[in-house]
Design a protein around this ligand. Structure first.
Ligand code: ARG
Length: 482
């Protein structure tokens, strides 16, 4: 609809030659066309797809020749040209052009500069829609493999420390209040398990991702006699995607990657938070190495856990990326919509952030110094072995657990009134509350005995932890380091 307040002259100039808006056009040489280029171009970020784009183009081109759709000589020239372009990009000599919008058109235009008009045959039976879907799947597949390697290295670092500290006693917390003593090794193994499930989520996403959209063309398929099975195989996909509309229009593979990444980032963030707490003088459980801390410009005594804080903070970006792409996708009718060009930046950012966070956490875990004395002292504070006392009353005096809980509560109250720990009360004092108690009770009240007694499957007893470390190390070796 022509707008009534636009003059004929302005309209004629509108497309290319319009003057920049006096209000907001300061940084633009021209009018709307420059704005359009700015919003439309993706080359600033999708250049990261260059290797995948070239691999997919080579597979497509070889298939076109085999099917007799293009001449073999043309296919050879195209493949050679694409290899030369890859070398140019990797040497930093490629002339990226914003006016060519994206990586696909930049490469294709460069190919034409190199080999002439036959370059135009490459795009037979293909659209940028299936092209970008293919490139992006290949990129995310590599990102999954990198995340898996990062998680495996993180697990290896945790396992090494868990083995050293299978019997190191620390307070276990609920509500961040001392609950029951646990071993530091057991605590670290909890993160090994989380990382294992993270790897499982990535592996699972990879299986569903690994189908080829190539050959779906714009949305409907093509009338050329292409062989989608061949291109799928050449690119390491299990099979071609079954539906051409689905192939160009879903980004669930990217969402699954982001969901797995967000959960992994949350796991890292929780450990980061614990490191921040544990390195305070108030806790003093661990010290981070110089490699992962910074000093203060004003307070000479300080050693700040910046890397841990940043891992904690950056989990927000990964969670944000998942949100961003879910919202991009939620209202899109089939098939391709340009909205989907906005799928890449969140995925790139999340992948980079997760990789860096994993490397930082792996480094911190490998380097940290453990203050076993502080941990043991803190483990004994706050009547941490009260549950052991209650269990003893059940086992030795045959008391119902509820009654034992009540008796123990009264002993805790007595200890508190006297300003002592329950293990410091004399037998006579304990007997005031429960006459059946014998001297033997003192055997279960120390923190070391407490953890030694937790031998149920998955429990914190040092013997269990040693077995669990061996089992997890074996699993890690079998599954491979990624
Ligand atoms: N740069 C585009 C993207 O990332 C490529 C696909 C463009 N397709 C199109 N029909 N305009 O989504």
């Amino acid at each position: 609809m022509p707008s009534p307040n636009v003059t004929k002259g302005a309209k004629a100039k509108g497309k290319t030659g319009a003057k920049a808006s006096a209000i907001w056009g300061g940084r633009f040489a021209a009018g709307p066309s420059a704005v359009m280029a700015a919003i439309n171009a993706s080359i600033s970020f999708d250049r990261r797809l260059y290797a995948q784009d070239i691999a997919a183009s080579k597979a497509h081109c070889a298939m076109l020749a085999r099917q007799g759709i293009i001449a073999k000589a043309d296919a050879r020239a195209i493949a050679k040209g694409l290899d030369a372009i890859k070398t140019e990009i990797e040497a930093g000599r490629f002339p990226f052009k914003t006016e060519l919008e994206d990586i696909h058109m930049n490469i294709e235009a460069r190919l034409a500069e190199k080999i002439g008009a036959k370059a135009g045959r490459l795009h037979t039976a293909r659209s940028r829609n299936d092209q970008v879907a293919t490139d992006f799947r290949l990129w995310v597949r590599d990102a999954i493999d990198r995340a898996d390697r990062g998680l495996a290295a993180f697990q290896a670092a945790l396992l090494a420390r868990a083995g050293e500290h299978a019997a190191t006693v620390m307070p276990g917390f609920t509500h961040l209040q001392s609950a029951q003593p646990v071993t530091f090794g057991h605590h670290l193994l909890a993160y090994v398990e989380m990382a294992e499930r993270d790897r499982g989520r990535f592996a699972d996403a990879r299986k569903r991702l690994n189908e080829s959209p190539l050959g779906a063309a714009a949305l409907a398929g093509t009338s050329f006699p292409i062989d989608r099975h061949a291109t799928a195989k050449a690119l390491g996909f299990e099979r071609p995607m079954a539906n051409s509309l689905d192939a160009v229009s879903d980004r669930d593979f990217a969402l699954e990657f982001l969901a797995a990444a967000a959960i992994a980032a949350v796991h890292l963030s929780r450990l980061a938070e614990e490191l921040v707490l544990w390195t305070t003088p108030q806790f003093g459980f661990v010290a981070l190495s110089d490699a992962f801390t910074t000093g203060s410009s004003i307070m000479p005594q300080k050693r700040n856990p910046d890397a841990a804080e940043l891992v904690r903070a950056k989990s927000g970006r990964v969670i944000g990326a998942l949100n961003a792409l879910l919202i991009v996708m939620k209202g899109l009718p089939l098939a391709y919509g340009k909205d989907m060009q906005d799928d890449k930046e969140p995925v790139f950012e999340a992948a980079d952030t997760l990789e860096l966070g994993l490397a930082a956490m792996t480094g911190m875990v490998a380097d940290l110094a453990v203050n076993e004395t502080r941990m043991r002292e803190a483990a004994g504070a706050g009547h941490a072995t009260a549950t052991d006392l209650a269990d003893w009353l059940v086992r030795k005096l045959g008391m119902p657990f509820r009654q034992a809980h009540h008796v123990t509560g009264r002993i805790v109250r007595l200890a508190e009134a006297r300003g002592l720990g329950i293990e410091e009360l004399s037998l006579a004092e304990l007997r005031v509350v429960e006459p059946g108690i014998t001297a033997e009770v003192h055997r279960v009240l120390g923190v070391r005995r407490s953890v030694q007694s937790r031998t149920s499957f998955g429990g914190t007893a040092p013997a269990n932890v040693r077995k669990a470390v061996t089992a997890a190390a074996l699993r890690l070796r079998k599954r491979g380091m990624g």
